[in-house]
Structure formats: C-alpha cells, structure tokens
Design a protein. Structure first.
Length: 484
C-alpha cells in the first residue's frame, strides 16, 4: 500500500501486522525505544537514500545499531514483547439439516401454500443451489455421507438398521466403527482448535464417536436426547455458542432436528391454518411441521445476528432426504423417501456468510458430498485425500463438474460390510439427463429433467446411446464385482 508524502511523491505506508519482515524479526522494547521500529524505519529509507551523500553514514549507523542489539538483549531493562495476534478470526460453521422434506416445499422454491419466511430469508442471503442432491434417500446413510464427505458404498453405512435377526447392539456397533474409519468434519475442525456441538438426528452412537466435542445424543437409535432440539428447545445451541464466544473458540454446530419428520404434530394454529388449504389432514399436518421447522431456523439465524456472528459464520443448509406426503395416510407416498426419484434425493443447498458470499441462485448441479470440501476450503483446512466432492464456492470447479452420482440401498441391512449386497439401485444426473439403473429387477429409466422434472416419461428406448454413455459412467464411478 502506498500514499503521498509532502512533496507529492509516493512512499510506502506504515508496516502492518502480518508483513513478512515483522514475522521474521524479534520485537524488543528498551524504555520507549522500539528496536524493530528503528530497524524497519531505517530499512524503509535505505533504497531511497542510497544515491545520496548520507548513504555511507547510513551504512555505518546500521552496522552499529545491529551490532549493538545482542548487548541490548542482555540489558536488565529489556522487555520482550509478544507479536500481535492475527486479526483474522477463524470461520464458524453452522449446519441446518432438514429431515424428510420435499425439495419444492419452501416459499422460495415456489410452493403455493407454505409459509417459510425464515428459510426464504436464508435463501435471499445465500448462494442457493436449486439442483442440489443427496447421494442416497435414507437418513442414516445420508447423514454419514454429509459428515464424512464420502458415498455410502465408501463408508459402508448404507441403511438405517443392522440385519434383522442379528444382535442389534453388535450390529449398530459395527456401523459405528465404519464411521470411525474416516476423518469426519468434527474431527478435522477439532484438530484446528474448534469446538463442535451435535444436536438432533444422530445414529452413530455417542456424539463423541463422530468427533464432536459436545453433544446431546448418548447413543440410542435416531438420537435420544438430541431429538429435543427444535421440537422442545433451542437453548443448547445458544448456550454452546455463547460459551465458545467467551472462550474465544471457533465453533461448528450440527443442527439436525427431527423436523418436519413425523410425528407430524405441529401446534394447533398451524394445523388449522393449513387444513383450510387442503382437504387432507395428513398434508395439513406435514405442512404445519414445515412451518414449525422454519420458525426454529428463524430463531437460530436471529441469534447469530444478535451475537454479531453472521459475518464470521458459514451457514450451510441441506435436507437429509426427500418426502412426498401421502394424502390418505400418515406416511410417505411412492417415489419419495428411499427411492432414486427426485422426490427422494433432491434438495436445495444453501451457503450463507453475510458480506463474504454473494447471494445468488445457481442452476448448476450440487451434492451434499460437496459440503465437506466446501467447508474445509472456507475454513482454510487441508482436506483429506480422495474426497469425491468439489468446493461449491469455486465457480470454475462447479461449472466444470457436469455430473453427479448416487445410490439407494435396503432400509435394513442384509450385510454389515458389503454394500453391494444391500444395493437396490444406482442413479446419475448429467446436465438434464437422469439415469436410474436397478441392481437386480426393474426397468432402466432415463428422464430429461429439463422437460420432465416429474419423471413421467421413460426415454430409455428412444435414447439408447445416452443410456449406454451414462451406464458406463456409473460403472466407472463405482465398479462392481463381475460376479454381481
């Protein structure tokens, strides 16, 4: 940085903290004399004076001053002053993870009836990927992929529950050990001095098994005490963040409430509101739970704002898997959860950091697999080798990556260690083409999502070349044994 001096000529501005020479030079104070200040001041003018008649006098002065420094260091009045701390604060991270929600069930995604003002605000302040996906449409493996940055066939947590008929505790423990084979996001940030809090859905034992420093879940299926978050209280998150601020610690928060997941039991005022908009009480209750979830998102975002943390906190939004409400029964409809169709695997993905991430809407493909490398890059943390995702804040990488992949498995595992034995189907999206390949029985399906987002027309017979190309890419992404 340069500024004008009195005679109109350029001169360098004062040396700032973080300038390389400052970092390489010890700083000492003798009385009111700053030795480093003298050194830097003299060096600053050295090049400008070298042609003057004072040049040789300067050389003599510098030689004497530098030679005297070791003796000064031995003086009893010498005080060693620690270098000033960096002005750059580590980035905080907050995950907001919806549970069982269709990708269109938001005001900002165009829903005709839903009121989601806080999620809409989050979208306005975020980089939004409208074509986001999760690699699998079931919560336990989807959450494991989110926290490891790996596909289910890699981390081997492919279903919700261990094999039927086997000891449940031992089976769950084996699934937990699979998670511990990978460097999870909480572990990676913990190694950089972060504190982390688990709340809400968590399947893999005690929160510490995932690398969290703090948490609510003790180890029961779904999340035991952790499931109170959002449904009963938001206080644990506020207390944790406040404590981190007091300790000057960067933090990572995992907010994964069991919302709008059933039981669909929103407050009566929400049920009454939506019952006036649909003849299905089941749909009204599901919509009510979405607005209930939206209110908790508002509470969390407003808390970050009040604490003046929004400019130094990356908020990440994603859904664990989709949901289409059955209007006749309190359950999901076909082609939603646990399927490779858009209703099961698609989700908006949002990234918010006020003043740092430019709000925008992207139609590029994105996956929850991308969230881990994105967060690590934003935090300046070296990612583990072999992560399959890309940094969603790297526009060039996002644009260059035109294809994403996914896979669906049995809800209850057949085998704890071999993901192929649990496989139901694989899918891929390239540009607007989407291919679904069943592992055993059923037709291969090809859809043009640009023209047919509801996946009503199977074009596999009329576009055999595209089918072949996409099938080959699936094999390359995850080669299966020839025996299978």
């Amino acid at each position: 940085m340069r500024e004008k001096n009195g005679d109109g000529k350029d001169r360098k501005a004062g040396v700032q903290v973080g300038w390389p020479l400052y970092d390489w030079t010890e700083k000492y104070t003798v009385g009111q004399v700053n030795i480093v200040g003298i050194k830097l001041g003299l060096l600053e003018g050295f090049s400008q004076m070298r042609s003057s008649r004072w040049f040789y006098r300067l050389v003599v002065a510098l030689t004497g001053l530098f030679a005297a420094t070791p003796f000064l260091a031995a003086d009893e009045h010498l005080e060693k002053v620690p270098a000033a701390p960096s002005l750059q604060r580590p980035l905080n991270v907050v995950f907001i993870i919806s549970d069982d929600q269709h990708w269109r069930d938001y005001g900002f995604m165009g829903h005709a009836h839903l009121r989601t003002p806080h999620l809409d605000r989050l979208a306005r302040e975020s980089l939004v990927f409208r074509r986001g996906y999760v690699p699998t449409s079931l919560c336990c493996p989807s959450l494991a992929s989110l926290i490891t940055g790996r596909y289910p066939h890699q981390h081997r947590i492919t279903g919700n529950d261990p094999p039927a008929g086997s000891p449940a505790k031992a089976g769950r423990e084996q699934m937990n050990k699979h998670l511990e084979e990978w460097p999870t996001l909480p572990k990676l940030v913990r190694d950089q001095g972060y504190k982390s809090l688990q709340t809400g859905k968590w399947w893999q034992g005690n929160f510490s098994r995932g690398g969290f420093t703090d948490g609510m879940t003790k180890g029961v299926r779904h999340g035991d005490d952790g499931l109170e978050i959002g449904r009963k209280t938001m206080q644990p998150i506020q207390d944790f963040v406040t404590a981190c601020q007091a300790e000057h610690k960067p933090f990572f928060v995992w907010y994964a409430p069991m919302l709008p997941h059933d039981p669909h039991d929103p407050p009566k005022d929400l049920v009454d509101h939506y019952a006036a908009l649909t003849p299905s009480i089941h749909l009204a209750r599901y919509w009510g739970n979405i607005e209930r979830f939206d209110r908790t998102v508002g509470e969390l975002i407003h808390f970050l704002d009040r604490q003046k943390l929004s400019e130094e906190t990356l908020v990440v939004y994603v859904t664990d898997n989709g949901w289409i409400q059955n209007p006749d029964r309190p359950e999901y409809a076909p082609r939603s959860k646990r399927t490779p169709y858009e209703g099961g695997i698609r989700t908006p993905i949002m990234l918010r950091q006020v003043g740092k991430i430019e709000p925008a809407v992207s139609e590029s493909l994105a996956s929850s697999i991308d969230i881990m490398p994105t967060v690590l890059a934003a935090c300046g943390i070296q990612p583990p080798a072999g992560l399959p995702g890309v940094n969603l804040l790297d526009t060039q990488a996002v644009t260059a990556r035109r294809q994403i992949f996914g896979e669906c498995f049995t809800h209850t595992l057949i085998d704890l260690d071999d993901p192929v034995l649990n496989l139901l189907s694989r899918w891929t999206v390239r540009d607007n083409w989407k291919l679904i390949v069943p592992h055993k029985d059923g037709p291969v399906e090809l859809f043009d999502l640009g023209k047919d987002p509801e996946e009503t027309q199977n074009l596999s017979a009329s576009h055999s070349d595209e089918v072949q190309l996409l099938r080959e890419s699936l094999k390359a992404a995850w080669p299966l044994s020839p025996a299978r």
